[in-house]
Design a protein around this ligand. Structure first.
Ligand code: URA
Ligand code: SF4
Length: 234
């Protein structure tokens, strides 16, 4: 037993040297028979590990008030990820991201892009609900965002859509005072992946007229993914 633990510690140290942080993705033999299937199952396993770690995480005070953790969901081999801020009350109750009113709007946006929720991956910067839907604290973002970064490293989508200022600021290392209206409509880069900031669906519920701008952003995303934009909008 002790030997096993020592070799596991050694293995984790080795992965750290290779640059892996948090939950490491198992090594993959590329280019060999069945490599793709192995890649898929390794991804699924690594995402499951994150889900488990989140489910009993106590790295910040949000543990005290959450009902369910909301790790994120969707395809582990997708080219498109959506990142929101933090769970609200519906998400906290169900343990799933974007299932309330703003979530229904996000689901509509994804459908309008010619895709389904199951085909993309949807996650938040913060995995537990801030009480009363208050804004997440800097310390909470610092504690929780490594889970998101690990999810991104595992999935390595082609495009990440950041919904609102917290997701955008976290992904691009910016202060949360930046304005989405200055950032949206163009791609940024995160570790070689393309990041498209856009308005948060909760903001769109209050500012209907800006839906058009989000649709412009999603058309750029579809072009980047090599997909044709459906001609009819919803
Ligand atoms: N708003 C978010 O940012 N994330 C959710 O999951 C739901 C609402
Ligand atoms: Fe852990 Fe994140 Fe939940 Fe805080 S918000 S307890 S860091 S999972």
């Amino acid at each position: 037993m002790r030997e096993h633990i020592e070799s596991l510690v050694e293995y984790v140290r080795y992965l750290k040297e290779l640059g892996y942080e948090g939950f490491p993705m198992p090594a993959i033999a590329a280019g060999t028979e069945g490599a793709d299937a192995r890649l898929q199952s390794n991804r699924a396993l690594s995402l499951k590990n994150i889900q488990l770690a989140v489910s009993d995480c106590s790295k910040c005070r949000l543990k005290e008030t959450r009902t369910k953790t909301v790790p994120g969901e969707g395809s582990h081999s997708t080219s498109l990820m959506f990142i929101g801020e933090a769970p609200g009350s519906d998400e906290d109750r169900e343990g799933r991201p974007f299932v309330g009113r703003a979530g229904r709007l996000l689901t509509d946006i994804i459908r309008a892009m010619g895709m389904s929720r199951e085909e993309v991956f949807i996650a938040n910067v913060i995995k537990c609900r801030p009480p009363g839907n208050r804004e997440p604290g800097e310390d909470e973002i610092r504690a929780c965002s490594p889970y998101l970064f690990d999810q991104i490293d595992i999935i390595r989508p082609r495009v990440i859509v950041t919904l609102g200022k917290y997701a955008t600021a976290t992904m691009l290392g910016l202060p949360p005072q930046m304005r989405i209206s200055d950032m949206r409509g163009k791609f940024f880069s995160y570790n070689g992946l393309r990041v498209m900031p856009t308005f948060h669906p909760a903001y769109l519920l209050r500012n209907e007229k800006d839906k058009r701008l989000v649709w412009d952003d999603m058309k750029l995303v579809l072009t980047e993914l090599g997909r044709a934009a459906p001609t009819t909008k919803r």
